[in-house]
Ligand binder design. Sequence first.
Ligand SMILES: [Zn+2]
Length: 175
Amino acid sequence: MAALARSELEPGADTDTAALAPRAQAPTVLYIAGSGRSGSTLLERALGEIPGFVNVGELVDLYRRTAAHDERCGCGKAFADCTFWAAVGDRAFGGWEGERLAAVHGLQGRIARQRHMPRLLAMRLAGRDFRSDVASYGDNYASLYRAIAAESGAACVVDASKWAVQAPAPGSTCG
Ligand SMILES: [Zn+2]
């Protein structure tokens, strides 16, 4: 939820102020959509080498696999031991507590599915619960992308999650 997000731009800002922070502060996100191993790993690595870009790989796995099962990060450490992801979690959510991980994983299961693509593309026609789930999921990703950008110092976050159905959620893309 947005109210849980901290504002990195205004240290000490209370949560009400942070919740009102305009979306324009979100970093640019380059989302690589596609299916399977379509050479996107090479592409995301190449993009990650560009100054100002940070490659976070398949961010979609963060909730369903990496954090939930403490899998290895790209740096070689277990997720819980990785200083980068610990800092991102602290900044975005005040830490990676299990309840939040499970809640976001649940949202992911409810909305980020291929069969929901028509509803995601015609949100006005979707039910209130679905719209609310999508909004929460989007807020979660906005906080996550902002924290990744702040901790890495990059202006553009490369997310190679590949699930085309999820691409609309963050709401911003590289030009
Ligand atoms: Zn790491």
